[in-house]
Write a protein that binds this ligand. Structure first.
Ligand SMILES: N[C@@H](CCC(=O)N[C@@H](CS)C(=O)NCC(=O)O)C(=O)O
Length: 204
């Protein structure tokens, strides 16, 4: 199977870190797609990912799976250990709840700030909107503070153990560098958690 990714892009990194946490990065052939060169918008790649996004996973039977979380769900199924998405209905639901909170309330808000404010995003986000950027920045900063509060008395984001929700928060904190922001360097509990995650080695 082949995983299309872009170096240092957060959604592909989510999948790569997930696979590395499983010890299975070698199970996929990696192919790089340059977003900056707009390779993801070329007709050949659109056959793999019709919405022109990375990551995309193409299985040996030709099936194409996009959406980073869906790709992680597939890998969780074929590589069940270590479990990163829950073992029983309650744990699965709680891990998904936290993972979606990170993705939708922090990551997507941060992405809205980045896409509407950063000059490098101008060709991809037309027109950029300073108002949307300011609103998204405020929401992202608020969520960083909420996760910092959560991590004051939790070692991990969800389920009292390492899960996909930690990976999603980790890639979000890393992605913040593009706006010269490092929430884990400003907020102490996020900082403690981030250092522990780095020590696990899944980010390479
Ligand atoms: N919800 C999708 C989002 C994928 C996505 O937006 N990927 C970005 C890279 S991190 C991308 O392809 N951007 C290209 C563009 O916006 O034109 C997922 O989780 O995979």
């Amino acid at each position: 199977m082949k995983l299309y990714h872009s170096p240092a892009a957060p959604n592909p990194d989510r999948v790569i870190y997930f696979l590395r946490a499983k010890g299975k990065l070698d199970a996929v052939e990696l192919e790089e797609i340059s977003i900056m060169k707009q390779e993801h918008k070329q007709p050949g790649y659109r056959e793999v990912s019709p919405y022109a996004q990375v990551p995309a996973l193409v299985l040996d039977d030709g099936t194409s799976i996009t959406e980073s979380r869906a790709i992680c769900t597939y890998f969780e199924g074929i590589f069940p250990e270590p479990n990163l998405m829950g073992t029983d209905p309650k744990e699965k639901a709680l891990i998904e709840m936290w993972d979606r909170r990170v993705e939708m309330m922090f990551f997507i808000q941060f992405a809205g700030w980045f896409r509407n404010a950063h000059p490098a995003m101008a060709p991809l986000e037309m027109p950029q909107s300073p108002e949307a950027a300011a609103k998204s920045e405020k929401a992202a900063r608020k969520m960083a503070e909420r996760f910092n509060e959560h991590l004051a008395d939790h070692a991990f984001v969800a389920a009292d153990r390492f899960t996909i929700a930690d990976i999603t928060l980790y890639i979000t904190c890393g992605f913040c560098r593009v706006m010269k922001w490092a929430p884990h360097k400003e907020l102490p509990n996020l900082g403690r958690w981030h250092a522990e995650m780095t020590a696990r080695g899944f980010a390479g």
